[in-house]
Design a protein. Structure first.
Length: 97
């Protein structure tokens, strides 16, 4: 149903806004539909998981800690891949000589 509602919303808004505003009306219809989808998705998520709306919307200090740990792990992976690429590049250049 989450996918069906935006389709209907987009068509209805398009029928009213495009004849009046043209391309700008299409942009308005798309933007309003996108906002509606975001709101519906958040509400369905809160309803299905029992999470409060405040927990979804407000950023807390603990959220930054999780993000920092994630970035730190990803940075280690990127550094490792870059070092492997450097070693392989050196081996390739040594073979050419």
């Amino acid at each position: 149903y989450i996918s069906f509602v935006p389709l209907v919303f987009q068509v209805i808004l398009g029928v009213f806004l495009i004849p009046v505003f043209g391309v700008v009306g299409a942009a308005y219809a798309f933007s309003l539909t996108f906002i509606a989808v975001a709101i519906i998705t958040i509400l369905v998520f809160c309803w299905s998981t029992g999470t409060t709306l405040a927990d979804v919307i407000y950023v807390r200090r603990a959220d930054f800690a999780v993000i920092f740990v994630f970035i730190k792990k990803q940075w280690k992976l990127i550094r490792t891949k870059m070092m492997v690429m450097r070693v392989l590049a050196r081996e390739d250049s040594a073979e050419e000589i």
